[in-house]
Design a protein around this ligand. Structure first.
Ligand SMILES: C[S@@+](CC[C@H](N)C(=O)[O-])C[C@H]1O[C@@H](n2cnc3c(N)ncnc32)[C@H](O)[C@@H]1O
Length: 260
């Protein structure tokens, strides 16, 4: 099985999915602009808790179909809509589904996969001519900036977040992937390439800011190896609960293209 740094077997995955749901409205808008409509066949890759897959199923209706796959789909409730199918599937190594799709969507999946260019080939091959590919990824070249005048807040955040980014990169996450996607789509011959970016302000104590806490907790080993002390981690967690602390989210870059 492909290595994924934030294993869904960890119960903190639930907190991660709840935090990422802060981007759902933006994802829905991008998918609607991509044209998703009744009767379409869709593949939601690395579906997480299945929230986007369920939304897609509502858009395509009983006459369409949505396949939601994940290497660990246990957070996805049993398919509860007509045409919705949930399956365990490794997009790097497993055989492609035996049908092709009008729309393929993956949010925060390929950025984790060292074989992301080969995966992009596979996803392209799984699209019908005229089918839409929508990839959404965090642009890690623009790390979150604390929006605070308190230099202690900035130091406390960066003391964990900077080594966290380094730990992710050393585990195969590509910080430049999101920024390169528009050119990558064009170079691969996708038509009508569109790019949207969504950034919001996260406040201490909010559901979405918990993403930073669970990411740091799941990387506690590599952070300790990089010299991050338990005290620094505790201060970081406390800061994330402080309602006077705000930090910009990672920019979510959404790229849509049409297969020629
Ligand atoms: C950061 S989460 C994002 C979940 C969801 N797409 C979202 O945005 O809320 C990444 C998801 O991709 C899945 N994943 C990681 N590697 C995968 C692979 N090789 N094949 C399929 N899914 C994978 C993980 O299990 C996890 O559910």
């Amino acid at each position: 099985m492909t290595q994924y740094v934030f294993d869904n077997a960890d119960t903190r995955a639930e907190t991660r999915f709840a935090a990422l749901a802060a981007f759902d409205a933006a994802s829905h808008a991008v998918l609607a602009a991509a044209g998703v409509a009744p009767g379409w066949a869709c593949w939601e890759v690395g579906g997480g808790d299945g929230g986007i897959g369920r939304w897609l199923a509502d858009q395509v209706g009983a006459g369409g179909s949505v396949l939601v796959t994940d290497i660990d789909p246990h957070w996805i409730p049993a398919a509860d809509r007509p045409g919705l199918t949930v399956r365990r599937h490794d997009v790097v190594t497993d055989e492609l589904p035996d049908t092709t799709f009008d729309l393929i969507h993956a949010r925060l999946v390929l950025i984790h996969l060292p074989d992301r260019h080969a995966v992009l080939d596979r996803l392209t091959a799984a699209l019908n001519p005229g089918g839409r590919l929508v990839l959404e990824e965090f642009d890690l070249r623009h790390p979150p900036t604390p929006r605070t005048a308190d230099p202690h807040h900035v130091a406390t955040f960066d003391a964990v977040h900077t080594p966290l980014l380094r730990a992710l990169e050393s585990r195969g996450v590509d910080a430049t992937w999101a920024g390169s996607l528009p050119d990558t789509f064009v170079a691969r011959g996708f038509l009508d390439v569109r790019v949207n970016t969504t950034t919001s302000l996260w406040r201490g104590g909010s559901e979405e800011i918990q993403l930073h806490r669970v990411n740091a907790e799941q990387l506690a080993g590599p952070l300790a190896a990089a010299g991050v002390s338990p005290r620094a981690l505790a201060d970081f967690s406390a800061l994330l609960e402080d309602p006077t602390f705000t930090v910009w989210s990672y920019p979510m870059v959404s790229v849509t293209g049409t297969r020629a």
